[in-house]
Design a protein around this ligand. Structure first.
Ligand code: URC
Length: 285
């Protein structure tokens, strides 16, 4: 009985690319997940460990970012063709390439503010005992992004700090917010729409020195605009977007090509409430 190598391919999966195109003050956003697979003369790699025909998956990832800068991203189809043809044309041992692309769509909220489509969920928790009922409304996975208007500088440093100050960064988060109503009577749909809109405009309209400051501004805006709400609790992951260093490929990167990291992430949580808010009772149970 002989043993042979069957079909195989390899590549870098799920390269998370965010491309910001700056047309004056108005930005456009492309948000992609790109997976490259190469197949070809790779028997030696598997049987003897000879990597002579193996273009590193790390290189494939770099190519995705460099091509985004060099050629831009018009459509997933065009960008996929560009990449696939490049690997076939430039890598003699590679005979076939598959590029899978996912594009996440965002709705424009302003010149440089966006909301990710399709993720958000409206929530409610109602409690009741013999003394009455409480209502907490909420939203989860309200994904928001500002492509400028955010910095993070002046932070405390110790011997383990390597973070470089950022004077112009992407600020992105998936908002989970819950807000406690003053009473169990209300026009719930109108209230939800107004609170959601206050959270969004708080995010969009705040020049951000930190996500903490933005969180407070969002909660403050809800309480300023909605007398029916007495307390807002928020949990906001800092969805880090790192500008990719393209200098090894002879390219600059004026804050246009970003690696969208999924973990770890900063998690910023806080409560904003009226100083005369009535006791919460069972509300947060
Ligand atoms: O808005 C931020 N708040 C932080 O506390 C923090 N920490 C960090 O590394 N980046 C950021 N950004």
């Amino acid at each position: 009985m002989g043993i042979v190598l069957g079909a195989n391919q390899y590549g870098k999966a799920e390269t998370r690319l965010v491309r910001v195109t700056r047309d004056g003050g108005t930005h456009t956003l492309t948000d992609l997940n790109v997976s490259v697979s190469l197949a070809g003369d790779l028997v030696d790699a598997h049987l003897s460990g000879d990597n002579g025909h193996v273009l590193p998956t790390d290189t494939q990832k770099n190519t995705v970012y460099a091509f985004a800068r060099r050629h831009g991203v018009t459509s997933v189809e065009a960008f996929g063709l560009l990449l696939a043809r490049h690997f076939v044309a430039s890598q003699e041992p590679i005979h076939a390439v598959r590029v899978r692309l996912e594009s996440y769509s965002w709705t424009r909220l302003g010149p440089h503010s966006f909301q990710r489509d399709g993720a958000e969920v409206r929530t409610a928790t109602v409690t009741c005992d013999r003394s009455g009922a409480t209502v907490v409304s909420g939203v989860t996975d309200l994904v928001l992004l500002n492509s400028t208007g955010s910095e993070f500088v002046g932070y405390r440093q110790d011997g383990y700090t390597t973070l470089a100050p950022a004077t112009d960064r992407i600020l992105a988060t998936a908002v989970t917010a819950r807000w406690r109503h003053a009473s169990a009577d209300g026009d719930w749909d109108a209230s939800y729409a107004a609170v959601r809109s206050a959270l969004v405009s708080g995010f969009v309209e705040t020049y951000s020195r930190s996500l903490q400051q933005t969180l407070y501004a969002m909660g403050e805006r809800v309480l300023t605009e909605r007398p029916d709400v007495v307390e807002v609790r928020m949990s906001m992951p800092n969805r880090h977007h790192f500008a990719v260093d393209l200098t090894p490929f002879g390219l600059d990167n004026p804050n246009e090509v970003f690696y969208a990291a999924d973990r770890p992430y900063g998690l910023i949580e806080g409560t904003v409430l009226r100083d005369d808010a009535p006791a919460a009772g069972l509300a947060w149970w």
